[in-house]
Design a protein around this ligand. Structure first.
Ligand code: 4NP
Length: 167
């Protein structure tokens, strides 16, 4: 399974999402590939924001090796799941997509996690105090999203099994 996390700058939210999600998937023995990108190009080549690095480090997670990149059209075919951190990112990614197959891979991360109260991971760039909250949101949602992807692949395998046995 290949999963891409997307925010605006690829320096605050999506690097945290990438690190947290990859670690959780590894702890569950899943050999999933996890990456992140930004819809904007301002920070391409940069390490994550020092505040994201620090909040992750406090939780025993090192994200300092990551480098920002901009999302590209080929990502929409190369990744099975593309998760937007907020609705603005979601709209930007959909504008890039050029067919139904690509659009169907794009989801709002918190929606996919089953959160009904909030859909957006708030952008902490202008708010030093926002990083803790973002970390915990992403941590909780990642558990839920991994559960849902696993459920989804089980039901697809079962459907395929039924389809095979029907034929
Ligand atoms: P991110 O946060 O989308 O979570 O990486 C931001 C980073 C940079 C900017 C905005 C948001 N910026 O305007 O440069």
């Amino acid at each position: 399974m290949k999963v891409l996390m997307v925010c605006l700058g690829n320096i605050c939210r999506s690097p945290l999402a990438e690190g947290i999600f990859r670690k959780q998937a590894q702890l569950r023995g899943l050999g999933w590939e996890v990456d992140s990108a930004g819809t904007g190009s301002w920070h391409v080549g940069e390490a994550p924001d020092p505040r994201s690095i620090q909040i992750a480090r406090q939780q025993g997670l090192d994200i300092s090796d990551q480098r920002a990149r901009q999302i590209r059209l080929t990502d929409l075919s190369a990744f099975d799941y593309i998760f937007a951190m907020d609705r603005s990112n979601y709209r930007q990614i959909l504008e890039l997509a050029n067919d139904h197959e690509q659009r169907s891979r794009v989801h709002l991360f918190l929606d996919y996690a089953g959160r009904d109260q909030e859909s957006d991971v708030p952008d902490p760039y202008w708010n030093d105090n926002g990083f803790q909250e973002v970390y915990h949101m992403l941590d909780q949602a990642s558990h839920q999203v991994i559960d849902r992807i696993l459920d989804q692949s089980v039901s697809m395998t079962t459907d395929q099994g039924i389809a095979d046995s029907v034929q």
